[in-house]
Every structure is written in C-alpha cells, then in structure tokens.
Design a protein around this ligand. Sequence first.
Ligand code: PLP
Length: 375
Amino acid sequence: MRPEAVAAMTAELTAVGNPSSLHASGRRARRVVEESRESIAAALGVSAGDVVFTSGGTEADNLAVKGLYRARRAADPRRTRVLASAVEHHAVLDPVEHLGEREGADVTWLAVDELGRLRLDVLEKELDAAPGATALVTVMWANNEVGTTQPIADIAALCAEHGVPLHTDAVQALGHLDVDAATVDSLAVSAHKVGGPHGVGALVLRRGLAVEPLLHGGGQERDVRSGTLDAPAIAGFAAAVRASRDDLAERTARVRRLRDHLVDRVTAEIDGVTRNGDPRDNLPGIAHLSFAGCAGDALLLLLDAAGIECSRGSACSAGVPRPSHVLLAMGLDPVTAMGSLRFSLGHTSADSDVDRLLEVLPGAVARARRAGPAR
Ligand code: PLP
C-alpha cells in the first residue's frame, strides 16, 4: 500500500461511527466517505453521484454485467445478447458465462488480434447483426495478463451509435493510465491495484442507467448496493487514488522505462524469448514473455526460490494447469501459452530489481528447459 493510503486508513480504523447513522459519529464517518467519493470521482472525471462503492473489482464487474443484463432484459425481453471481449478477466468472464448458462443470455465472445486488441470490425458486425437485441457490451480497458489497452473511446462510440451500454473493467488501468470514466456507461475499479487496501472498489455508473442490485438490504449505495460502508478502507482507497493521480506522469514514465529495459535485456540475453501484448498501447508495468521449450510453472518456482515473484496467466482447474484464455485468444498455441510468465513492476521497482532478475533468469530458464515444455 502507498504510505498515504496506510495513513488515511489507520486514522479511520479507531474512529467510531457507521456512515449510515444519524448521530454525530455517524455523520463524521459519512463525511469521510463522501469526501473520498468526491476525490475518486474527480480523479475519474465524473461526478460523485456516479460512484457506487463495492467490495472490490470482482463485485463491481458482477454488478455491472448481471445487473445491466437483468435490468435491460426486464425493460425489453428481446435484449438477450451479451457481447464480451475474449480476453476479459474472470470477474467478467464468469458472470457472462453464468448469464449464458443459467439466464438464457446469447453470449458472443468478441475476437481480438494477435496483440490482444479488440477487432472493431467484429464488434460493429455483431452490433449490426441484431438491432435492439443486445443487452450490453463489456470490454476491459487494459488486460491484466499481457497489458494491452483497448481503443475504449472508439468502442464507446460504436456502442453509443447502437444505443447499447458499454461496461469496462478498468481495474488494471486506474492509477497506471489516464482513465476518463465519462467515456463509458459503466466502469469497475479496485483499490488494491492503485496502492490502496484489498476488499474495496467501485462501480462508476452513469446516472439514469438502470441496474438490478445483486445485494439487497439497507440500500446504502443508491439502492444499487447494500451493506455497511467500510469507511477506513474507502478513505485508504481515496488517498491511494489521489497519490497515484498526483505522480501519474512521472511514475509511469519511470516504470515504463524500467519495463522496456527489462524486456530489451531479457530478449537480447536469452534465446527463444518473445514478448506478448501490444508493444505500443499497453500498461507501463507489465512485461509478458514466452520462454520456448519450458513450462512456465517450473520457471516460476525456480525464480520464486531465488526471491523473484512473478505470475503465470494460466488458470488452474481441479489442480490441472490450463493455458490462459487470453493467450489462446491472441493465437498462441497451448504449449507456448503454458511457457509464458508475467513480470509486474510497480512504484517500488528499481533498476536493481531488473539486474537481479537478469542474474537469475538465464540459469533458471536453462534448468526449466532441461525439464521440457508443458505437456
Ligand atoms: N479485473 C481485473 C482486470 C483484475 O486484474 C482484477 C484483479 O486482479 C479484478 C478484476 C478483480 O478485482 P478484485 O481483486 O478487486 O476483486
């Protein structure tokens, strides 16, 4: 967490008061929540009334996808189609699949190109295919595995032309790119991706856009989301958003330079390494690399033993690792996809971290290659 977020959150942890209570302590907690809402809204270019606090990105995505689908379909039963990019995070992918399997949605996964960018021609064709039948479109702002960013303004313009609401998962984008939430109808963010605490996030929802709530209860957040608000976490979230907005240009330029240096050195010093994702429009802190001839899992564990923590994009179901749906959608073959790792850099990363990776990586790759690729 960023120090500003730790300070704001810890200052609140010992304060008394539920933001929904009418007494003085409650009103004080409410002020903290509303000032936080205002800072987050200002950083996102929307008004405070558009921000609905949630328990994180997963809940915000679920609320948008299921809530928009149910409300739009209830208003017009012909609206059964859901168009979603093929590279969404599971927080979007799984609710979309749920709608298809359990609630009669007609789901279309929109193709991406080899860099992971949505094919606008495919989106346009699908929007034209059945006018009046699309409940929503959901396309993430930036991908969490390969870092590719989507042409969100162009996607939003196409959706607006067809009168279909667009949800975007901006969990990876906030704090790392300029995010103008007014570009879209609905946008999910999460505090822990910007140096705030885990377990808090928000759905930015254009006023007037109906969503069916997922949680019913006290109706705390515009009747769209019930549950006692976590004022300390919200204060930490807002402090992290302010801090990451204040140093956005300088920090992301530094992280981007460091990431490019990492990619240049690894691809120059180790044979058989390729970079995945869009080399131009991307998140500054992600380097996603495929290592020919080795299993990503084996390499990950060898690096972990040397104190370098990275991740694989592939999911694991029933204990069996599977290739990442993102890499498969970009056209990678399953074995190459399984030999790929994501290296993430952030505000605390330094040249010495890249140097350390380069000390360890050639030996780890050689060892992992002796064990062979994933089967
Ligand atoms: N969407 C994306 C793109 C993510 O990267 C993540 C988390 O990694 C989520 C959604 C889920 O957010 P949260 O962890 O706040 O539930």
